[in-house]
Design a protein around this ligand. Sequence first.
Ligand SMILES: C[S@@+](CC[C@H](N)C(=O)[O-])C[C@H]1O[C@@H](n2cnc3c(N)ncnc32)[C@H](O)[C@@H]1O
Length: 339
Amino acid sequence: MNISVSLLEKKHFPVMLDEVIQICDPSKKNQLVVDCTFGGGGYSKELLNFPNIKVIALDRDKSAIERAKELETKQPNQFTFYNEKFSNLEKIINTDTKADVFVFDLGLSTFQLQDYSRGFSFKATDKIDMQMGLSDISAEQVINTLDEASLKLVLKILGEEQEANRIVKNIIKARQIKKIETVSELVKIIESSKKKNYNKKINVCTKTFQALRIFVNKETSELIEGLIKATQFVKYGGKIIIISFHSIEDKIVKYYFTNYSSNKPNPSRYMPTQSNKKNSFFEKYKNNFLTPSTKELIKNPASRSAKLRYAVRTEQEFNHPKEFKEKFRRYINVENISI
Ligand SMILES: C[S@@+](CC[C@H](N)C(=O)[O-])C[C@H]1O[C@@H](n2cnc3c(N)ncnc32)[C@H](O)[C@@H]1O
């Protein structure tokens, strides 16, 4: 490998880059785009090729700071980076400096996945950490201290793992003998617990790892807050773009765009249609989503589960969509279990 290669050039394929850029429409003058998940900076870097664009980027991972510095040094008037969670968007942007586009590319970056010391990959042999950054707990603390009932809830609700009971029983048994410290130890426990592999295409550990990662980083609460705040701070006519990678994320995004759009389904045919106008934050949304092209799938098979949805903001004044949080309360409640 050429070691002089820039940190941003490291083998990293931004998912659905062409589609994201096209939706941002950067040839339009004087746009402000908020890249809520900077990662390897793929979107930010491409957008900054357009002279009239300003990008504010954020990422909760402190390892992104160094990658962002390259762009801050190169294009100081166009680019600013914050090491912050997107649930705290109000710390960065406000109603006076509304943005034209908010883009969220959810999940892990290649850098996080390939850094085995962080314990996100089943291939890692080291400690089970799974903190994306600005997280309060590690996965090691979760599997060694959470009580049996709560651990089952984490695996069932956040991982949709059908064999959660057996996996958790075996985790509890193992930790009574010795603290579970490494990813390899956890992988062995999961492998020996799984009787059925319902989906042969995915690794038997996928759902448990997904559950732990979501729990450690409170990912569904982050997504819900991020969507609400982006709606508050996006200009009328502006866009919110989300790329999601698993069914829980997509369920949340789909529900939000559909139920807060001007053509949201009428809850009852006996209700006056006028009630549909309340909280119509987005223009007609018809459950449309994009997926990676065949060309992209060949180049980057890891993009296969990506779903891109975007919605266009109407002029409806923002008011807090309380019902949205209630709808997904069970995920939020599980993420708030204290250890
Ligand atoms: C899939 S990567 C983004 C890749 C990026 N689009 C690119 O082109 O390089 C997701 C990034 O989002 C960050 N992230 C995830 N959840 C976040 C949150 N709630 N707030 C801020 N950053 C977050 C992760 O740390 C990770 O670096």
